[in-house]
Design a binder for this molecule. Structure first.
Ligand code: F6R
Length: 357
């Protein structure tokens, strides 16, 4: 039920703080510590490499997950688009473990890979929102998102739920390997939930950004470096799928290798700046596009803000920024689609769950 909300998408964006709090609750063990089923952790410890397989938004969550697992648990991770996997099958390591990420648990492209890896005798975990879904039944283990039904075609709360569960998995694997993390993930996720709530309250600012930058434009670019780049891919996907604006996410450093040719007078460029180690470089990229006429919209993290930034996100743990930086991008996409008269919840040519390969 969407209740008083005009669209499911807006309701689902607003649910994100509650979903994060529910995930914290659901993944707490008897001592109140975030934990993952022992059998799953044992599989992770036994593996020499993790292979994340997913499509669309779930693939984008996987990219963030790779970053978290590699930096916290020091386990190598590859992330693959499911539809490419079977003919571009990577050379597998000796002890691979597969992680399928799928909101619906029904995506045919992902399932095709699971059928293949099952045949090869490799173990698999499915991270899904739907208990009893095909991918859940056919994998050895399931981690649930607890996000509640996602009705809008554009995925929002499932993306942040996927990243939160991947963070808990990464932290649990790190702990099992004897690595001390220098922060308390429960506390940091609770901060994330609070910041998400503040961002959900910033709808008017996001609506203004959508009308200032996206009412008439043909295209829009999202640029970021490090983990911001992955969030840019997701921000661009959100915008293109519901507003039909041609939107692309780029790594800041790649601009000069070709994409910058597309920048014209007034081209909107949304830049994310939440990462201290690349802050100077991404701001350099913003200057480069501005010099070519772009209309820049910088969204930064408190502590890293610069003159003229359009919006500043309250600070969260630097590894967890995707959980919050995506929220403004979801809202901007929502309002852009709304202003352009698009059917937000049911965009053309798309189905909620893609059950054909
Ligand atoms: C984008 C979107 C799609 C899905 C993709 C995978 O908003 O919803 O890109 O993320 O079709 O779907 P699941 O996660 O159900 O496998």
């Amino acid at each position: 039920e969407k209740g008083t909300y005009p669209h499911y998408m807006l309701k689902e964006i607003d649910e994100q703080p509650f979903v994060i709090r529910r995930i914290i609750q659901k993944y707490q063990d008897d001592n109140g510590e975030l934990a993952i089923d022992k059998a799953i952790i044992n599989e992770v410890l036994n593996a020499d490499r993790l292979y994340i397989v997913a499509c669309g938004t779930s693939y984008h969550a996987g990219l963030v997950g790779k970053q978290l697992i590699e930096s916290w648990a020091k386990i190598p991770v590859e992330v693959h688009i499911a539809s490419e996997f079977s003919y571009n099958m990577p050379l597998l390591s000796e002890k691979p473990l597969f992680i399928f990420i799928s909101q619906s648990g029904e995506t045919a492209d992902s399932r095709a890979v699971l059928v293949q890896t099952n045949k090869l005798g490799h173990k698999a975990i499915t991270i899904t929102n739907v208990p009893g879904s095909t991918l859940s039944r056919e994998a050895n283990y399931t981690l649930l998102l607890h996000a509640g039904p996602e009705i809008a075609v554009a995925s929002t709360k499932a993306y942040t739920a996927q990243i939160a569960v991947l963070a808990i998995l990464a932290a649990a694997a790190a702990k099992a390997k004897g690595f001390e993390l220098d922060f308390d993930l429960t506390k940091e996720l609770a901060i994330v939930a609070n910041v998400m709530e503040m961002l959900c309250d910033a709808k008017e600012e996001m609506e203004n950004i959508a009308s200032d930058y996206l009412t008439l434009t043909r295209n829009c670019f999202f640029i970021g470096r490090a983990v911001d780049y992955y969030v840019c891919l997701e921000g661009a996907l959100k915008l293109k799928e519901i507003s039909y604006i041609q939107a692309e996410g780029f790594a800041g450093g790649e601009l000069k290798h070709g994409t910058i040719a597309l920048i014209e007078d007034g081209t909107p460029v949304i830049a994310l700046a939440t990462q201290e180690h690349v802050n100077l470089s991404i701001r350099g990229n913003v200057k480069e596009v501005v010099a070519r006429g772009a209309n820049p919209c910088v969204i930064s993290m408190r502590g890293l803000e610069g003159d003229g930034d359009r919006f500043i996100i309250p600070a969260v743990h630097p590894d967890l920024t995707p959980l919050v930086s995506v929220v403004p991008l979801q809202l901007i996409a929502y309002y852009a689609a709304l202003h352009r008269g698009c059917d937000v919840d049911k965009p053309r040519n798309l189905a909620k769950s893609v059950t054909v390969e």
